[in-house]
Design a protein around this ligand. Structure first.
Ligand code: GLC
Length: 609
């Protein structure tokens, strides 16, 4: 208990201050503290050991040896035990961090891919049990694999016990949500709050005919927003968080975090109180289970994302998604113009190196075109027209595109829409395979490899979306399942096809070409100190708008990455005239000056010793 007391006394003053500021409720605070201690006592001794070693080495997640993969348990291996039987595959993929997409109890057909949780302490029956989860995390830890899960704290499923009791009219439970018996207040919210799913779930409220009340539902009508103005909600959700941490979870992805505090007359996004809550969560974690990391899901523009890191003295999230960079990457693919991406990378590279971003090309969600429109406007590019172009481009309609995919939540009123598809399909592999066009295939594979090489050259934690390592294509079968058909995000949530395994080692196959390139890049990234997170990273002017160049420098080691985003051979007019370089992929020696680069080619040029 000595360790606990020490951690507790380090944070208690600030924790209490913030708690009182929000809730002014001594009794609830006492309850929070006493339960925190209980969760600490219940925490497994192996986890406590890992907490201690991570506390002693707080930068453990900031090196260049972490590589993530995010996956749906069912789509990947049927159930939790299936995942456990496939741990070798992660080693084969150089992966030592797995994000298990939502697996807690939910109602089929009303699950939002698992993001509508019915019971925070129960695993979906078809996937297994808490016991299975503990076995999986234990075995992962033995193999030095960290495990991430989603903590969906903004809302519960309408089938959660609290929701059922609220619906039945129990005041105590109604107070855990936002219930209104008339449209007066909801109407005032609707005047200022934007919509998350304008097509599939319009509006921010749902009328409950049986309960004769409106309930706030920012996402789907079956996802009821929790009211964090109620200290019971905060406390109970923190207990759920600690319970899950005690199952051996290393990284908690806090879902939809900007939305968790609501205030009339605002957009109900990124409010000051959200930061208070995340800061309290960080401290609660540091007291009870300091080995765990908070990963914030903040799908917003950079100026809104960065505050979620908090400050050096008062940190909030350990890691955040590099979402604008991801969207800008695909914009660059469609425009063959790297200028916006260069500007975006300059913004990220100028941030303190303590800020750890999760880099990715694709994830389970759609791509919302959150770009730097003020900059684009200076070039005469209009937001609505540009989004239309991107969506047309990635559906393969225009711009010499071979991409395949579908729209998501098209808003006919505003002309807005988001996009779904896998990396391979968006690169043209699907179309080339369909048409049996080998030339098209060659370019598509090169683009896929180049995009991964570019993603892996950035600082932060790279995360591969399961299937991308094997060039998995869009899966159109979701349309046959009435529960999935209305949500086109299932297009890129197809089942992993294990028969692909044999192809991965076949250099002739498309899958093998993508897999072996990723393997090579990942191994270099893990072993070469120039990829250290503390390296200086900057972009280099190439005087060729289709070609991006990124420099890395760490303790005398230097690397220059060059990436051609066009289907034409180009020359990067860089002038790093400081000696000979070796391309880490081909072993070719060259100068980093006036580099000729083939269509969709790339180099990782390492300065010779
Ligand atoms: C997050 C998830 C998304 C889900 C939403 C609601 O944004 O990534 O898939 O629909 O939260 O929970």
């Amino acid at each position: 208990m000595k360790t606990y007391k020490k951690r507790f006394s380090k944070h208690i003053d600030e924790l209490k201050w913030l708690y009182m500021e929000l809730y002014d409720d001594e009794e609830s605070f006492k309850q929070l503290c006493s339960r925190m201690e209980t969760f600490y006592r219940e925490r497994d001794s192996l986890l406590k050991k890992s907490d201690a070693s991570r506390e002693a080495d707080p930068s453990w997640y900031k090196r260049n040896d972490l590589l993530g993969m995010m996956l749906y348990i069912e789509q990947f291996a049927g159930n939790i035990n299936g995942v456990r039987s496939r741990l070798d595959y992660f080693s084969k993929c150089n992966v030592n961090y797995i994000h298990l997409m939502p697996f807690l109890d939910t109602t089929p057909g009303k699950s939002d891919g698992g993001y509508a949780v019915k019971d925070f302490r129960k695993v979906q029956e078809k996937l297994g049990t808490m016991e299975d989860l503990r076995k999986l995390t234990t075995e992962c830890h033995e193999k030095k694999i960290s495990v991430c899960m989603d903590f969906v704290m903004n809302h519960t499923s309408e089938d959660h016990e609290w929701a059922r009791r609220a619906r039945a009219g129990e005041k105590e439970y109604m107070d855990r949500y936002f219930f209104f018996d008339s449209w007066d207040i909801p109407a005032r919210y609707e005047a200022t709050v934007p919509q998350v799913f304008p097509t599939t779930a319009p509006g921010n409220f749902t009328w409950l005919e049986d309960a004769k009340h409106h309930v706030m539902t920012s996402f789907y009508p079956y996802q009821w927003d929790l009211n964090y103005k109620n200290p019971v909600v905060f406390n109970e959700m923190m207990f759920n968080f600690l319970f899950l941490a005690n199952q051996g979870i290393d990284v908690m992805r806090i879902d939809a975090v900007p939305y968790i505090w609501k205030e009339l007359g605002t957009q109900c996004r990124n409010l000051r109180q959200v930061h208070t809550i995340v800061r309290m969560m960080r401290m609660i974690g540091e007291i009870v289970c300091p080995g765990i990391l908070l990963l914030g899901e903040v799908v917003m523009e950079p100026s809104k994302v960065v505050p979620y890191f908090g400050t050096v003295e008062k940190p909030e999230c350990h890691m955040l998604y590099n979402v604008t960079t991801m969207a800008t990457t695909w914009h660059t693919v469609a425009t063959r113009d790297v200028r916006l991406l260069k500007r975006q990378l300059d913004i990220v590279n100028a941030l303190p190196k303590d800020y750890v971003f999760l880099n990715y090309l694709r994830c389970h969600d759609d791509i919302g075109w959150g770009l730097d429109y003020p900059s684009l406007r200076e070039e005469g590019i209009d937001e609505v027209c540009h989004k239309r172009y991107l969506n047309d481009y990635f559906r393969g309609y225009t711009g010499f595109s071979n991409s395949r995919g579908e729209l998501y939540n098209e808003d006919l009123a505003s002309g807005d829409a988001r996009f779904c598809g896998t990396t391979a399909s968006m690169c043209g592999i699907e179309r080339a395979a369909c048409e049996g066009n080998s030339q098209m295939m060659e370019k598509a594979v090169r683009m896929d490899q180049m995009l991964h090489a570019y993603m892996l050259v950035q600082s932060g934690i790279p995360v591969i979306y399961s299937g991308d390592e094997a060039a998995q294509l869009n899966d159109y079968t979701y349309k046959e399942d009435p529960q999935k058909a209305p949500d086109s995000r299932y297009l890129h949530r197809g089942a992993f096809d294990w028969s692909v395994l044999e192809k991965l080692d076949d250099p002739e196959s498309v899958q093998g070409q993508v897999f072996s390139m990723l393997d090579k890049l990942e191994k270099i990234r893990k072993s070469d100190p120039v990829f250290n997170n503390d390296a200086d990273v900057w972009t280099i002017e190439t005087w060729e708008k289709e070609v991006l160049s990124i420099g890395r420098y760490y303790h005398g080691e230097k690397l220059v990455g060059v990436f051609n985003f066009s289907e034409h051979d180009k020359t990067a007019w860089i002038n790093e005239d400081d000696g000979m370089y070796t391309d880490l992929i081909t072993g070719r020696e060259m100068k980093a000056c006036g580099v000729d680069i083939p269509a969709y080619g790339f180099f990782w040029l390492r300065k010779n010793a």
